[in-house]
Design a protein around this ligand. Structure first.
Ligand SMILES: Cc1cc2nc3c(=O)[nH]c(=O)nc-3n(C[C@H](O)[C@H](O)[C@H](O)COP(=O)(O)O)c2cc1C
Ligand SMILES: [Fe+2]
Ligand SMILES: [Fe+2]
Length: 397
């Protein structure tokens, strides 16, 4: 570890010619203006030094000075020859305008679609773009970068970069995690939980492409996986094995219940339903939506076989928090096969109908619904017990 006392910035050598020069953002609370990040995140940038030098990805806008200070502890940034842009999203490419000024001879390496996005977002001029295709290599003199197109992980232009001599894979967002804790993944005891949460929110909608991504990563046979968020993996098989399962959509005998209730009628239904599922041997996790963490919901969606939504009728439809959860489920395309909805209303109802409209557009089979007026009595409790039993039977089958 090198430490620059003047600026307090450390850089980390991760293999013979690679240094991590990324930044930690402990303070960031939301990603995509939506999902909480309890341990912040990192924007990982890596310096690869052969006879020529390549910078792999940059950092979120606002951290440019820190990136430059870190690079300066190792070399003059003006001598960087290549900036690899694996992904055009601003958390990795947002420092390009400043870096292109500070590195006057550097060209930006990107896929063709990446090049177009780099012009659109960051005004990277054509004469400073070097477009690569799947399998292309770049000789740094003694060190070779190989590029692997990995579209839709999680934008259309994404690619992986592989340092052949040291077998370091830079898959950008793929295989990453939002946590600022640890340089190496074995220094963060919750890493795979954070990685699962991140998978659920970012990669789950692209499971098919993700399967191809893991295959590509395995073919390269990396010793180190250095993603663009979170710690670096020096035991790469573990994260690739998990991604195999998550991208395959392997589910557990597990139900994720998300519900909201204003006067506890819906919550009573949910309580009875969850108790029945548990006694039928089903793993149950319940998220009460006024206090829930969307990242945890995304994480539970990764391996739940069924989803239950609970909502009172609210101005002719779902309670807004339940509508929000239903929209999230639809958008994230989890592998769950079954769904059920329970609701309480006082006059015209409407929650079940709206839930059907949203969830009907997914691949899930809506096993059943229970809609009751007011608080539940014995017959209503019996109806949700039967719904739970039917759900448990279908899940076993
Ligand atoms: C703001 C608000 C809007 C409501 N809108 C409707 C509605 O459009 N249709 C209906 O049948 N009931 C409506 N209700 C009544 C509730 O759906 C009913 O009280 C239900 O039993 C509440 O279930 P909960 O105890 O799970 O909150 C509304 C209640 C509130 C407070
Ligand atoms: Fe991204
Ligand atoms: Fe990212």
């Amino acid at each position: 570890m090198y430490y620059d006392n003047m600026s307090g910035h450390n850089v980390e050598q991760i293999s013979e010619s690679v240094h991590w020069v990324g930044v930690r953002d402990w303070d960031r609370r939301l990603f995509d203006a939506l999902i909480p990040m309890p341990q912040g995140t990192t924007y990982n940038s890596y310096l690869v030094r052969g006879e020529k030098t390549a910078l792999i990805d940059t950092v979120n806008p606002g951290f440019e000075e820190e990136l430059i200070a870190k690079i300066s502890t190792l070399m003059d940034p003006a001598e960087i020859d290549v900036i690899v842009m694996n992904h055009a999203e601003p958390d990795h490419a947002g420092s390009l305008p400043i870096m292109l000024e500070k590195c006057p001879r550097a060209v930006v390496v990107a896929t063709e679609r990446g090049g177009r996005l780099a012009s659109m977002y960051f005004n990277v001029p054509d004469d400073r773009l070097h477009i690569v295709k799947d399998g292309d290599t770049l000789d740094l003199g003694g060190r070779t970068l190989r590029f692997a197109e990995a579209p839709w992980l999680h934008w259309p232009e994404t690619m992986f970069t592989f340092l052949e001599e040291e077998r370091v894979l830079f898959p950008c967002d793929f295989l990453g995690a939002h946590t600022a804790k640890g340089i190496w993944s074995d220094q963060n005891e919750e890493i795979y939980s954070y990685a699962k949460r991140y998978f659920g929110q970012i990669m789950m909608p692209f499971r098919k492409q993700g399967q191809r991504g893991v295959e590509k990563a395995r073919q390269l046979n990396p010793l180190i996986i250095a993603p663009s968020h979170g710690p670096i993996h020096r035991n790469p098989d573990k994260i690739m094995d998990l991604y195999d399962r998550w991208t395959d959509g392997e589910t557990k005998n597990k139900v994720m219940i998300a519900y909201v209730s204003m006067w506890s009628s819906t919550s009573k239904l949910v309580h009875t339903l969850s108790e029945q599922l548990i006694s039928d041997g089903v793993e149950v996790v319940v998220h009460e939506l006024t206090g829930s963490d969307l990242g945890e919901i995304a994480k539970d969606l990764v391996d739940s076989r069924a989803i239950v939504l609970g909502s009172p009728a609210f101005l002719g439809g779902l309670h807004p928090l339940a509508a929000y959860a239903a929209m999230l489920v639809k958008a994230l395309r989890p592998p769950a096969k079954y769904a059920a909805v329970v609701s309480s209303y006082a006059w015209g109802g409407g929650a079940i109908k709206q839930a059907g409209e949203i969830l009907g557009a997914t691949n899930m089979d809506i096993v059943g619904t229970v809609e009751i007026s007011g608080p539940p009595g014995e017959a209503e409790h019996q109806a949700v017990i039967e719904l739970a039993q039917e759900l448990a039977t279908k899940m076993r089958g």
